[in-house]
Every structure is written in C-alpha cells, then in structure tokens.
Design a protein around this ligand. Structure first.
Ligand code: NAD
Length: 478
C-alpha cells in the first residue's frame, strides 16, 4: 500500500494473493488492509490537503507540469506495465498497451487544465448598494477513488487525473483482483513529484476498506465505478455524511442495426464492441436488435469474425482474446448462456468453455439468436463474451426493446437514414449514443449513464467539475 509518501504493509500482516487468470497461479500478493489502514490514508490525505502546498491556487500550472512528467514516466515503461496488467487481469497484451496509453491520454488531457481553472467576477446593486460577486472554483478536499477490475488503469486515470489537477488529495482503492499495476502508477506519480500524502493507495476488501472511504467524514467525495448493486449501497452509506458521489455503474448497452446500414462495418464494430477485453466492458455492446431483412447477413458476418478469434493466454502474442478475470466472472457468464440455451436460444458460435484449454478462466466467444425476451442475457448485465442478436420488425420495436432494461449507459445505432438517426437520438434512454461507430471513450467527451447506470459524469470538463466546489463571494463595494 502507499500511505503518506511511503510504501507500507498493513499492521494486520495479512496478505491477499493476486492470481493470473490464464494459469490460476499467483502473480504476487498485496496487504489485506483494514479500516485502520484506510483511516491512516485518509488522515494523510487530509493533512496534505490542509497543510501542504498541493491545493494552493497559485500552483495550478505546477500541478499540470507534474502530471505531464508522470505521463512521460509511464510512456518510458509501457512494455513492463502492459505485461504486469496482462498478468493480473488476463487481457491480451495489445489491449493492455492500449489501456496504458489511455491512461497517458487522460492524464495528458487533464494536465492541460493547469492554470486554466477559473471562476468569474461580476457586479450588481442590491437595492442601492454596489456589490462585487465573485465565483471561485476550489478543490474539494480528500477524494476517494474506488476502482473496478475490468479497466483498472483507464479508470484509475478517469478519477485520479481530474482530482489531482483540481488540487485535491486522493485515496485509491483498487479491485482486489487487479491492484498491481495501480500500485506501480502511484509509485510513478510520487516519482514525478506528487508530494507525500497527496496520493495514497490502500488494498483490501471492498466491504471494509471501501466502506471506510465511503463513510468517513473526512472524505469529501467518492468516485465509484463498479456494479449497480455496490453503487446503491455506496449511495446509501454516503448519505450519512452528505458527500459528493459519482457512480459509474453497470450497463446492458443495446445496438440497433437498421436495414440501410453498412452491415460489414456494423458487424466489425459490434464484434469489437462486444468481445474486446473478453466482454468485460461497461459500455460493451451487450444486446443487438437487427431489422429482419438484414438479420442473417449480420449474424453470418459476426460468426465469421468469431471463428477467427484465437483464445489463449494474454501474454501469448498469437492470442486475440484472453480469459475472464476470475472464476466468479466465468461462472456468471456461463450461467447466463445456459439460461438462454434452456429457453431455446440458438447457439451460432461458442456456448461453452473451450474443451482444449484446461486451466484458466476461459470462455468461448458466443453468439446467440432466437433469444427469449425473458432470458437473463437480455435483461441483466452480461459481463463476458456472449452476444444475443434479436430480429425486429422496425425501429419502433427496436427502440422499445433497447430501452427495456433498468440500465441506460450507452447505446448505438447503425443506419444511413437521417430520420432514423434523429429518432434514436430523441428516444434512446442512455447517457451516451454512438452513431455508425463502435462504443469508445475519449477524455474530451463526458462519460456516464442514466437510470441504474449511474450518477454524474467522468471525463471532459464535466468530469473536472465533479472535483471542484463552487464558492460565491459577495463583497460590498461602497
Ligand atoms: P464491484 O462493484 O464488485 O467492485 C468495484 C469496486 O468496489 C472494487 O474496488 C470493490 O472492492 C469495491 N467495493 C465492493 N464492495 C464495496 C462496498 N460495500 N463499499 C465500497 N467499495 C466496495 O464491481 P466489479 O465487478 O469490480 O466491476 C464490474 C462492474 O463495473 C460492472 O457492473 C461494470 O459495468 C461496471 N463498470 C462501470 C463503468 C462505467 O463507467 N459505468 C466502467 C467500468 C465498469
């Protein structure tokens, strides 16, 4: 763990193993932190915020320089960081490289806000009295970053970069199965010049470390990415001390493919959108609704693309898809596919664990059609490599089915028809819409969902705003 500028063990002495999902062998272990460890990290962050120089408004550009230096340090170690990420997560090396680059991208974007966070001044009369009205944008204080397992490094960046550039101090809690590369990132932040106490990291179970971060009164903001169930618990717990909360939660993103669409591009985007990261992406394409006239053409092309997948360990450069991150994730995905099969879904590809791989949490990329409306895979979040394709009569039916779940993270539409595009923009219930393009994120565009998919936004200026307090100062000028 990293507390107050030092690498520390937990006084509890307990360790948690981190497994390689491709071999089920341990990669390393991390301390099983306790509530006391979380409190020490929070106290260090509070001390740095109250007494250190990090939050000094005059040092905003210096913060930007330090974040830019961090990006250079990460760039110089891309290879070793990517290998570590693959070993703890399972994703194939090329995906680890792109995730490390996405962290660089996000930090570079927010480093650019150094010296550019400003408020406003205006003047008025209150009755006859002249008044100056100043609006200042201030850092909030101690921010907790609770990170999930699926994109540990990208999502670390989405939280830590805006928090730091705004002048806050941070305590990070990684997911228990993927803490190692985040620990390296924290070391590199310190090396780049982030002062002691400004960035801290504690490892341990969500139920103890995580809940201390959420309930502790010294924490001013919690940024959480994870499942909707945990998100709801966090919102309840956080209400005891009225703190800012952003929740980036689960999704079951629909993609609509209309008859006019370019089916070749749609198929390749849906394939990447569903199967990258072994299907473990919040905004992955999780349900497809295709106009009947082009249904077969689409599934035929998807089947071809799936047949080309080379399932294997992420470190093997010939693999194009790695294992799931844990035995638990594998079990959940498998049970959802079995449920669809039991309801008479047709399996066009995959549909089971691979028979030729004996170790690791592997599942075959799976394509399902004729899926019953009640199947779990059409109603819950499927966080793995299985894609249900449902044929529909028209756009109206597609939108109705797309909006049917409790989620509302992203959605996409494939069409060349301007009217259909506009109707989707107006009627799809999602925080993000992708038109004739695969789901992706970029630091410039706010990311987040509606309904049970979350609260608040990350990335973009909106993402920075979540780490700033607006204070208005009203001065009598008579
Ligand atoms: P999770 O909810 O199990 O855990 C997320 C983090 O919360 C982990 O660090 C965990 O240790 C911690 N945690 C668990 N219980 C806690 C508690 N009671 N209090 C505080 N912290 C606690 O999620 P996961 O399985 O790691 O991640 C997968 C989920 O994340 C999926 O549902 C996925 O859709 C979602 N996700 C959402 C986005 C988004 O931007 N909307 C992005 C990525 C992942």
């Amino acid at each position: 763990m990293w507390i107050d500028g030092e690498e520390v063990e937990s006084p509890s002495g307990e360790q948690m193993p981190v497994l390689d999902p491709a071999t089920e062998e341990p990669v390393d272990s991390v301390p099983k932190g306790t509530r006391d460890d979380a409190r020490r990290a929070i106290d260090a962050a509070e001390d740095a915020f109250e007494r250190g120089k990090w939050s000094d408004p005059y040092d905003s550009r210096e913060r930007g320089r330090i974040l830019a230096r961090f990006v250079e340090l990460v760039r110089n170690q891309e290879d070793s960081l990517s290998v570590l990420l693959t070993r703890e997560h399972g994703k194939v090396l090329s995906e680890s490289v792109s995730e490390i680059r996405s962290l660089e991208n996000t930090f570079e974007y927010y480093a650019g806000f150094g010296g550019k966070i400003f408020g406003s001044i205006t003047y008025t009369r209150y009755g006859k009295d002249p008044l100056e009205l100043k609006v200042a944008r201030k850092p909030i204080g101690v921010c907790a970053s609770i990170v999930p397992f699926n994109f540990p490094i990208s999502l670390f960046a989405w939280k830590v970069a805006p928090a730091l550039i705004a002048g806050n101090c941070v305590v990070v809690k990684p997911a228990s199965t993927t803490p190692l590369t985040e620990i390296m990132m924290v070391r590199l932040l310190a090396k780049a010049g982030v002062p002691k106490g400004v960035i801290n990291l504690v490892t341990g179970p969500g139920g103890t470390i995580g809940e201390e971060l959420v309930t502790n009164r010294k924490v001013a903001k919690v940024a959480f990415t994870g499942s909707t169930e945990t998100g709801k618990r966090i919102l309840q717990l956080a209400s005891n001390s009225i703190k800012k909360v952003t929740l980036e939660l689960g999704g079951s993103d629909p993609a609509i493919v209309m008859g006019s669409a370019d089916i070749e591009s749609a198929a390749s985007a849906l394939f990447t959108g569903r199967f990258r990261n072994t299907g473990q992406a919040c905004n992955a394409v999780k349900r497809v609704f295709v106009e009947k006239s082009v249904g077969e053409k689409l599934t035929a092309r998807l089947s071809q693309l799936i047949a080309e997948v080379r399932l294997g360990p992420g470190l093997d450069r010939s693999s194009t898809m790695g294992p799931l991150n844990s035995a638990e994730q594998l079990r959940i995905v498998e049970s959802m596919v079995e449920d669809a099969k039991a309801r008479k879904a047709k399996v066009l590809a995959g549909g089971s664990r691979p028979v030729n791989i004996k170790k690791g949490f592997f599942y075959q990329p799976t394509l399902l059609t004729d899926v019953n409306d009640d199947a779990r895979i059409l109603n819950e979040e499927c966080f793995g490599p299985a894609l249900p394709v449902v044929e529909v009569e028209d756009l109206g039916e597609a939108i109705e089915k797309a909006n049917m779940t409790r989620y509302g993270l992203g959605a996409s539409i494939w069409t060349k028809d301007e009217g259909e595009r506009r109707r989707a923009e107006n009627e799809m219930k999602a925080g993000m819409l992708f038109v004739n393009y695969r789901p992706f994120s970029t630091p410039e565009a706010p990311f987040g969902g509606v309904k049970d998919s979350g609260l608040g936004r990350e990335l973009g200026f909106e993402g920075l705003n979540e780490y700033l307090e607006t204070v208005s100062i009203r001065t009598y000028m008579g």
